[in-house]
Design a protein around this ligand. Structure first.
Ligand SMILES: Nc1ncnc2c1ncn2[C@@H]1O[C@H](COP(=O)(O)OP(=O)(O)OP(=O)(O)O)[C@@H](O)[C@H]1O
Ligand SMILES: [Mg+2]
Length: 373
C-alpha cells in the first residue's frame, strides 16, 4: 500500500519552514499569509516573510514597506483571529534589495568596504540583475530567522520568478562570472610587475572609454565583490542543506490556467532535481469543489412559470453547463496533480473568492480550509 501524502494541517503544526513557490499572481502571498495564520491559530509562534503583498493584505497583516524588523500582529487582532498564547504571528515584508544590501554589510570586513560596494553603480545594477541574487537574500533572511529560534514556524513567500530556486545552483554561475577571464583581466594584480602593468593598461583603456571615475568604480567593485561571491558560495551550500532538511516543506501554488500549471510542474521538477522536500500543491482559484447544484430545468419553475422565466431558462442552463464543465476540468486537474505529487504531497484546492483574498475574514476562511483539509 502506498503511504498517504502528508496533510497540510500536519505540516502547519510540525514543520519549521514552509516555502510557497509558483508563477506570478497565482496566490503565493495569500497562501503564505493563510498558512501563517493557521500555524498561529494552532498555537505556534509564526513569522511570515512576504514579498510585495497587495496594499490591503499588508494592512491586514499590519506591515508597512521596509520595516527594519518583523512586526507583530497587535493583540486585539490576534484575539480576533483566534490566536491565543503561546501562538503569535509576526510579519515582515521582504525588500530583496534591502536584504541584498544587508548581506553586503555582513559579508564585507569594514564599513568602508561595504559602502564602496553599496554605492557602486555597478553593484546597484548587478544586484538588481543577477538572477538569483534576490531569491538568495530572501532565503538567507529565512535561514537567519529559523536559526535564531525565535519562531516555531517561518513561512516564506517567494518572488514571482521561474528562477526562484535557481540561486541554489547559482554560486557556480556567479563565481563563473567573477572568475571569467573577461573580468579577472580587469582586477589589479600585485603578484608581478607585468600583471600590474597590464592591469594599469586596462584601467587606462577603460578610463579612456568610460571616464576615469567609472574605471575606478568598476575595479573597486570587482575587488570587493570577488570576496563577497566567495562567501556566498559557502553560505549557499549551507543553505541548500538547510532547505533539504526534514523540517522544511515546499508547497507549489498553481491555478488552473494551463500556463500556470506548466509552471507548477516546472517547479516540481526543479525541487526534485535540487533534492528539496516538495510536500504538496495548492490549486488556487479552482472550481473542483463547486457545489453540485441541481441542473436548472423547467420543472424548477413550476407549472405557472411566466413566459419571461421560461425564455431565460436556456441561458441559465448554458451557464450551469459551463460551471459543470469547469468543475469537471478542475477535478481532473486535482487528479493529475495528485498523480504528479505521488506520496510526497497532497493537493489542496482553494476556490475563487468573489471578494478577493486580502481581508482578515477571507484569510481566516482560507486558513481553516488549508489546515483542516
Ligand atoms: N482564491 C482567490 N480568490 C480571489 N482572489 C484571490 C484568490 N487568491 C488570491 N487572490 C487575490 O489575487 C491577488 C494576487 O494574489 P497573491 O498576491 O497572493 O499572488 P502572488 O502569487 O503572490 O502574486 P505575485 O506573483 O505578484 O507575488 C491578490 O489581490 C489576492 O487577494
Ligand atoms: Mg506575491
Amino acid at each position: 500500500m502506498t503511504p498517504l501524502p502528508p496533510r497540510l494541517g500536519q505540516l502547519i503544526k510540525h514543520r519549521r519552514v514552509i516555502v510557497c513557490c509558483g508563477a506570478g499572481g497565482v496566490g503565493k502571498t495569500t497562501t503564505a499569509a493563510a498558512l501563517a495564520l493557521a500555524g498561529a491559530r494552532a498555537g505556534r509562534r509564526v513569522l511570515v516573510l512576504t514579498i510585495d503583498p497587495s496594499k490591503r493584505l499588508a494592512e491586514t497583516l499590519g506591515v508597512s514597506r521596509n520595516p527594519p524588523t518583523p512586526v507583530s500582529l497587535p493583540p486585539d487582532r490576534l484575539a480576533a483571529a483566534g490566536i491565543t498564547p503561546p501562538g503569535s504571528l509576526d510579519a515582515w515584508m521582504l525588500d530583496p534589495k534591502l536584504i541584498a544590501d544587508e548581506s553586503v554589510r555582513r559579508l564585507t570586513k569594514t564599513k568602508e568596504d561595504a559602502d564602496r560596494v553599496l554605492n557602486n553603480r555597478i553593484y546597484q545594477q548587478i544586484s538588481a540583475m543577477v538572477a538569483g541574487m534576490h531569491e538568495y537574500t530572501a532565503m538567507e533572511a529565512l535561514h537567519r530567522f529559523v536559526t535564531q529560534g525565535r519562531y516555531d514556524l517561518v513561512v516564506l513567500d517567494t518572488p514571482p520568478s521561474r528562477h526562484a530556486l535557481d540561486f541554489l545552483e547559482a554560486p557556480r554561475r556567479l563565481s563563473a562570472l567573477i572568475e571569467g577571464k573577461a573580468l579577472t583581466a580587469f582586477l589589479p594584480k600585485s603578484d608581478s610587475m607585468v600583471a600590474r602593468a597590464a592591469s594599469k593598461l586596462v584601467e587606462k583603456i577603460l578610463g579612456a572609454i568610460f571616464g576615469q571615475d567609472f574605471a575606478q568604480e568598476f575595479i573597486g567593485f570587482l575587488v570587493t565583490f570577488t570576496g563577497i561571491f566567495q562567501s556566498l558560495t559557502l553560505d549557499v551550500r549551507t543553505m541548500r542543506e538547510f532547505l533539504s532538511g526534514d523540517d522544511v516543506a515546499f508547497l507549489l501554488v498553481a491555478s488552473p490556467a494551463p500556463a500556470m500549471l506548466a509552471e507548477a510542474y516546472f517547479f516540481h521538477d526543479k525541487t526534485r532535481e535540487l533534492g528539496l522536500p516538495f510536500r504538496g500543491f495548492v490549486l488556487n482559484r479552482s472550481q473542483a469543489r463547486a457545489s453540485a447544484l441541481p441542473f436548472p430545468d423547467a420543472a424548477w419553475l413550476g407549472p405557472d412559470a411566466p413566459a419571461a422565466a421560461l425564455a431565460a431558462l436556456p441561458k441559465l442552463q448554458a451557464l450551469a453547463e459551463v460551471e459543470r464543465q469547469h468543475a469537471a476540468r478542475d477535478q481532473d486537474l486535482v487528479r493529475q496533480l495528485q498523480q504528479k505529487a505521488g506520496s510526497a504531497g497532497a493537493v489542496h484546492p482553494l476556490p475563487e473568492l468573489p471578494q478577493g483574498a486580502d481581508d482578515m475574514g477571507t484569510l481566516l476562511a482560507i486558513a481553516e480550509s488549508l489546515a483542516n483539509e
